[in-house]
Design a protein around this ligand. Structure first.
Ligand code: HEM
Length: 161
């Protein structure tokens, strides 16, 4: 039916079509791709400032420190260390270049017996700090989503609420 020449032309045309479609899909993908949350937050410098302020607010918080396990850990673990680890974690989770090398969330919080009430208190303080730094609504929601993804590993009990 087809001559050899016609067949190879057809094959070439099909290859060109497939490649063209592939290139268009690739171009569309690139156009749709938005900067990472890390970049939208402004990178490591602003992230480390927000984390630092957040740790400064939660460390002395009387509601959280009513829990004796939290209070004891706060006195034992340097705030500077927490700032470093939480910054690395947020940097990594938002698509930044850091690699979090601290302990897993369950391992570092299980002994603290953190309640739902304490979790909610932490969220109030976190939102306040984000608002003070004028983090936009969309980015705030994304950060809250990241924090929420750790809740099952951090909240241990419903006792003493
Ligand atoms: C009510 C909520 C929370 C409380 C009261 C709390 C408290 C603490 C305390 C006391 C420590 C030190 C524990 C120890 O070394 O013995 C710690 C460690 C840490 N927390 Fe939290 N935390 C809370 C939520 C979170 C959340 C939401 C995140 C991150 C999304 C987080 C990230 C970390 C990290 C990265 C460490 C250091 C882990 C390590 O030692 O390697 N925490 N937290």
């Amino acid at each position: 039916m087809f001559t050899r020449k016609a067949k190879s032309r057809l094959a070439l045309a099909v290859t060109a079509l497939v490649l063209g479609a592939f290139q268009t899909a690739l171009a569309q993908d690139t156009a749709l791709e938005q900067p990472s949350l890390y970049d939208r937050l402004g990178g490591l410098a602003p992230i480390s400032v927000v984390v630092s302020d957040f740790i400064d607010v939660i460390v002395p918080d009387p509601v959280l420190n009513r829990n004796p396990a939290i209070d004891a850990a706060r006195k034992r673990v340097p705030a500077a260390y927490l700032k470093y680890q939480v910054t690395a974690l947020v940097c990594q989770a938002t698509g930044g270049p850091c690699r979090y090398q601290g302990r897993a969330m369950k391992d570092s919080h299980v002994q603290l017996n953190i309640t739902e009430h304490e979790w909610d208190r932490m969220l109030i303080l976190f939102k306040q700090v984000l608002a003070e730094h004028e983090v936009p609504t969309h980015e705030t929601q994304e950060l809250l989503g990241i924090v929420d993804s750790t809740k099952a590993d951090i909240v241990a009990s419903r006792a003493s609420e």
